[in-house]
Design a protein around this ligand. Sequence first.
Ligand code: ZN
Length: 195
Amino acid sequence: MLHLDVMDGHFVPNLTIGPPVVESIRKTTRAHLDVHLMIENPDRYVGAFARAGANSISVHYEACRHLDAVLGLIRAEGAQAGVVLNPATPVGMLQDILEVADYVLLMSVNPGFGGQTLIPYVLEKARQLDRMRREKRLALPIEIDGGVHRDNLADVVRAGCDWIVTGSAVFHSPNPEATVREMREIAAHAAAVEC
Ligand code: ZN
């Protein structure tokens, strides 16, 4: 899947892309488009991103006053609805909403910029969330975003993460295609060892 980081210059200091760019990307690929909204008032924009071709849309717990309603909006638009937690937000905050979400995205850096280092305590959050979903018998995927590279990938997968977002590790490598292939192999091996 392609993970698209949308930043509004308010929720995070950086500014990136909006629905027209997502629409243009949609025309070039059949890949799953996973849109991560790092924006204030995401409820105003989820419809536009869904119509632009997003398959899944995630919104920050910290940006939603009415999280349950926003997840419902995303689903009503026909996309999968995800919740994102900043590093400092405990996974326990999702105890009641977990059954309403299609996936959870754990930020492993403070959102806003690429090229940062993974914050180690986020792996413990992934393990906690993995226990929570098992207790509730939910199959929802755990996604992780920020600072993942080939050397920490196995730890990330063993902590329970299923969808691994990588930016710099791929795009700053000499051969991005080979790096993706190699990282997929590392992840598959780590997942097999876990089971
Ligand atoms: Zn992201």
